[in-house]
Design a protein around this ligand. Structure first.
Ligand code: MCF
Ligand code: FE
Length: 405
């Protein structure tokens, strides 16, 4: 058992002064530092430095480690050229994203305070690295394939990867299911993969309505995807529409990624089924997409800020992502947005990924990210913004009660 005494602790979206956290692998008690119960008197105690703020470990709900080696290979600016560049280069990028580069990606995330990740695995080459990660990993095996003739092959490849990863399940690793997207997964394959998620009770995720082109293709069979599918597969029609795709997820809360093109009908449906949204502002910007209107969804659908992969980003640092979000959502109240962003990397993703962390409270996992501010904050309401603006790497990280940074 250990005690940390912190000048500030992030609890229920606010900051409490001079608190003690008593923990081993889980948190046993949270109380004012002056009121530590006698039974804990002789326990080793760490006193954090002045102006330190203890947060629950941060969660990056959506990242593609297998694309970690990309810097200057993929084409940015618009969605279709990016996708074409992925098709042309993904094998090469995956090959270059070796164990070392994926471990470095995990370390970079850890340094910025990320203690849990939702890792999308397209090929399974990140399995070993994820199974040995210091972080908690929700390991999302991706299913993809729109051609009905090959559904059994697509499913077999996905199921094989899923079962291989399932052998590593532990208190820190959870084999899970990722649907690539509405445009790339045949409805029959979609149903089969969702059945597997339900059978194994795994978290579920899917890219959704990321681009204007995707919406146009699913609604009108036109736009940039028309030429793409015609050239690649000789196909002129989408395999699904938005409504039937979303219907397949009804009553199974899912983390939908991007959703920059969701309209009221879809928002209602997402809200009704208890789904959440992963928001990757830098990725959306680099692929030429619109801003997710967080102000339109926030009170109805929880959102989780995430970095996406190096396939559409220049870093996996969660503070870089928060600062980008502050700039992108320029017309929103600065302090309210800062507070909302901190929820979006703690309590919201913990809920979306089914993790027993993300909040500083009894019985939850002892995952902490500790940030040190230069000066005493003038008001508790300033702490969220000062944290986001002035942190690149955190001071200390604990995962399951063990200090890793
Ligand atoms: O989230 C970004 C953009 N949207 C979709 N897919 C990906 C992203 N980064 C990597 N990907 C992967 C995806 O998982 O690229 C492939 C899939 O394996 C695109 S489809 C050939
Ligand atoms: Fe993604």
């Amino acid at each position: 058992m250990n005690i940390i005494i912190a000048p500030f602790v992030y609890i229920d979206g606010t900051y409490k002064r001079d608190m003690a956290i008593i923990f081993d692998k889980i948190i046993h008690d949270v109380c004012p530092a002056k009121e530590i119960p006698d039974i804990y008197r002789d326990i080793p105690t760490v006193y954090l430095e002045a102006n330190s703020v203890l947060y629950p470990g941060f969660i990056n709900a959506h990242v593609h480690l297998e694309f970690s080696s990309n810097e200057t290979t993929l084409t940015y600016g618009e969605f279709m050229p990016w996708l074409e560049s992925v098709m042309a280069n993904r094998d090469e990028i995956a090959k270059r994203s070796d164990k070392k580069s994926m471990e470095m990606a995990l370390e970079a995330m850890l340094a910025s305070g990320i203690t849990s990740i939702g890792a999308i695995s397209s090929f399974g080459s990140d399995l070993e690295v994820c199974a040995n990660a210091k972080q908690r990993v929700v390991y999302f095996n991706e299913v993809i394939g729109s051609n009905e003739a090959f559904i059994d092959d697509f499913y077999a490849s996905f199921e094989k990867r899923f079962l291989a990863s399932h052998r590593y399940n532990s208190h820190k690793f959870k084999a899970s299911v990722a649907i690539h997207s509405p445009y790339s997964v045949h409805p029959k394959l979609l149903r089969m993969a969702i059945e597997l998620a339900k059978l194994y009770k795994t978290p579920l995720t899917s890219h959704l309505l990321e681009s204007r082109e995707e919406r146009e293709w699913l609604k009108e069979n036109s736009g940039g995807f028309r030429a793409f599918f015609e050239k690649l597969f000789g196909v002129k029609e989408s395999v699904t529409d938005i409504e039937s795709f979303l219907e397949a997820f009804d009553a199974y809360p899912t983390l939908f990624v991007h959703a920059t093109q969701v309209y009221e009908d879809e928002i209602k449906r997402l809200q009704h089924s208890g789904h959440s949204i992963a928001h990757c502002p830098r990725s959306n910007r680099l692929l030429g997409q619109d801003r997710l209107k967080i102000e339109a969804i926030e009170d109805r659908i929880p959102y989780c800020l995430a970095t996406d992969g190096k396939s559409s980003n220049w870093s996996l640092n969660i503070f870089d992502e928060m600062r980008a979000a502050l700039m992108l959502h320029a017309h929103l109240d600065l302090h309210k947005l800062a507070a909302s962003l901190l929820k979006s990397i703690t309590v919201n993703p913990a809920q979306a990924l089914g993790l027993n962390c993300g909040i500083i409270a009894k019985e939850l996992s002892a995952d902490f990210s500790i940030v040190r501010l230069r000066d005493e904050p003038k008001s508790l309401d300033d702490i969220a913004l000062w944290t986001i603006l002035h942190t690149n790497n955190v001071d200390k990280v604990y995962i399951q009660g063990e200090q890793c940074v």
